[in-house]
Write a protein that binds this ligand. Structure first.
Ligand code: PMV
Length: 306
């Protein structure tokens, strides 16, 4: 941007998890999409905190508490002291579309210029308040955009994935999601109680992510759909689905989607359905009859469009 009086607008992507959420916390690869309709952040004068009119939030008032803590962690890690950040968001909060990671990355970018490593540290400090044992996947998608394959690690392994055709995605929210940290802890408890069963489930997710990578490269919508259905079944087995999420998946499938699954932490939040482009309007219309927030995206060899 440059210029002494220029306002620096920093941005970051929302995210959509296509395959492998929860298993990714345990070292299994996952596939995510960075959505360009994310958040923008500008540093402004005024009482310290995040001001997010789209979410009805101003943390300078002391609420919500988790955001107050996350804002403090961000400013401490960025070394700026408490500052006010004005946020424009095009993604709803708390429903599995990566709002907290987009907020963390865009805010870190607003505070730190030209140092991606420092941005990553500051964003992670903020994200860990929301996510507990976070894999870093949301942050990677928020930072990078596009379609990515992610493996947890220090540093994580992240690479862009090719998309070999036109793949329509329809996302619907069934309402607020549960706390991601609690859902992650619940999956950990189930795996610890039944280690052989849990290990088999993690292996199954790992295998299906490999298949999904090839199906994406081939632009094979039917195969992606079948793999999403399998992944949803495994997420049910991990204990993170709900009746509302299951019903929304059936609504999408009955309307012509090739497959559907919950996306993100679960316990509420969103589903994602994959379909051929010509069926996407009917899938979105069916979901809209029960759900207020429905978004459509198209993956193409040239990128992701809303
Ligand atoms: O709640 P979300 O949409 O941000 O989901 C995060 C994805 C998980 O795999 C459940 C947790 C993680 O840290 O990867």
């Amino acid at each position: 941007m440059g210029g002494v009086n220029a306002v620096r607008v920093a941005s970051a992507c929302g995210k959509l998890l296509l395959f492998g959420e929860h298993a990714v916390v345990h070292g299994v690869p996952a596939i995510a999409v960075g959505l360009s309709d994310g958040v923008e952040v500008v540093r402004v004068d005024g009482p310290p905190g995040w001001h997010v009119p789209a979410w009805g939030v101003d943390t300078a008032t002391g609420a919500p508490e988790s955001m107050v803590h996350a804002h403090r962690a961000l400013c401490e890690a960025a070394g700026t002291g408490p500052v006010r950040l004005a946020v424009t968001s095009r993604i709803p909060a708390g429903c599995g579309l990566g709002s907290s990671a987009a907020l963390a990355v865009a805010s870190a970018r607003a505070l730190i210029e030209d140092d991606e490593a420092a941005v990553a540290v500051a964003a992670a400090a903020s994200e860990s308040v929301f996510h507990g044992n976070a894999s870093g996947l949301d942050q990677a998608a928020a930072t990078r955009g596009g379609v990515i394959r992610f493996v947890r690690g220090a540093p994580p392994e992240v690479r862009d994935l090719a998309v070999g055709g036109r793949v329509a995605l329809v996302v619907a929210s069934v309402g607020a999601g549960a706390s991601t940290a609690e859902m992650v802890a619940g999956v950990q408890r189930r795996i610890s109680r039944f280690p052989r069963v849990g290990g088999g489930m993690l292996e199954a997710v790992s295998a299906l992510v490999g298949c999904a990578e090839r199906a994406l490269a081939a632009g094979d919508v039917d195969e992606l759909g079948e793999l999403m259905d399998i992944n949803h079944g495994l997420l049910c087995a991990f204990g993170v689905s709900t009746g509302a999420l299951d019903r929304a998946c059936y609504t999408a499938r009955d309307a012509g989607a090739a497959g559907a699954k919950l996306t993100g932490g679960g316990g509420g939040g969103c589903i994602v359905a994959v379909s051929a482009e010509e069926h996407a309007v009917a899938v979105a219309a069916a979901l809209r009859s029960d759900h207020e927030i429905v978004r459509s995206y198209l993956l193409t060899p040239d990128g992701v469009t809303a």
